[in-house]
Design a protein around this ligand. Structure first.
Ligand code: A3P
Length: 287
């Protein structure tokens, strides 16, 4: 079972944790509520970071919820078998996480007033982060050499498919009132300012002390040492953090320590070809 993928509408999903009937239910049956808050990303783009920020904003800066409840219960990944059940059962206002591309997402979202935060990260850092993740997350296939993995990533031949398709699909919503996009790099540059912007988008008026608490409790160090957020409660047969920690480096630009000049240029070539019509400039495009 482990390390085998099944195909669903052109995407690969691991055999454990995911199941086709659940993916169908997400798309067709899941009832989005107008006060739902969706935390959507391509994997390794800062999902759990945003989940912590949203959990803390929901609690007005009080860290108690984050310190007592695992992140997968606070903001379940709707496409997983267990996450779907948790999301259906959770009380409003729900936080729901997802790595699904827009074309496979809950249809009822697009008719709702639910809010979505979409976090995007420099795809070269996503590649490096995913490369390490694939070596410690046992449902994923061994990534092989970085050169092989780069090729798979650029082709979209990895779970959840192409980063380019994901970003293009979701960024179609960029002018919608209930859609807010932010980058991992902006969170890095100005965490406080980003939290203020996210709170405003969510209609939450937090005072300075509450914002300070969100900033402190969503820092890399706080999260890395919080067992409700650092996946140390995940069984070892799913994640082996001795191979690579989930909270690995938490920096921008680590790709420069991994990709050769030729690999980086190959990436740039595909990036420009695939995203030239997007009409959005990301922080890494300016450098
Ligand atoms: P690295 O592997 O580059 O360290 P996701 O949650 O989407 O799986 O993303 C995981 C990545 O986000 C990892 O990147 C992880 O270290 C980083 N991350 C998680 N929390 C963070 C935080 N509070 N600050 C900075 N980076 C964080």
């Amino acid at each position: 079972m482990f390390k085998e993928y099944f195909q669903y509408k052109g995407l690969s999903f691991p055999q454990v944790i995911y199941a086709e009937p659940v993916l169908q239910m997400v798309e067709k049956d899941f009832q989005v509520r107008d006060d739902d808050i969706f935390n959507v990303t391509y994997q390794k783009s800062g999902t759990v970071w945003m989940l912590e920020i949203l959990s803390l904003i929901r609690s007005n800066g009080d860290p108690a919820w984050c310190q007592t409840t695992p992140n997968w219960d606070r903001g379940p990944w709707i496409e997983t078998v267990i996450g779907y059940r948790t999301a259906v059962a959770n009380k409003s206002p729900r936080i729901i996480s997802s790595h699904l591309p827009a074309r496979l997402f809950a249809k009822s979202f697009f008719r709702s007033k639910a809010k979505m935060i979409y976090t995007v990260r420099n795809p070269k850092d996503v590649l490096v982060s995913l490369y390490h993740f694939a070596s410690m997350f046992h449902p994923y296939k061994d990534p092989g050499t970085l050169d092989q993995f780069l090729e798979d990533f650029l082709k979209g031949d990895v779970p959840f498919g192409s980063w380019f398709d994901h970003v293009k699909g979701w960024m179609n919503l960029k002018d919608k009132e209930n859609f807010f996009f932010i980058t991992y790099e902006e969170l890095q540059e100005d965490l406080r300012g980003s939290i203020v912007r996210i709170s405003k988008f969510l209609g939450k008026d937090l005072d300075d002390a509450a914002i300070d608490s969100v900033v402190a409790n969503a820092s890399f160090e706080s999260m890395k040492s919080n067992k409700m957020s650092n996946f140390s409660l995940t069984p070892k047969f799913i994640m082996n953090q001795k191979k690579s920690a989930f909270f690995r480096k938490g920096i921008s630009g680590d790709w420069k320590n991994h990709l050769t000049k030729a690999q980086s240029e190959c990436f740039d070539h595909v990036y420009h070809e695939r995203l030239q019509d997007l009409g959005v400039t990301f922080p890494w495009d300016k450098k």
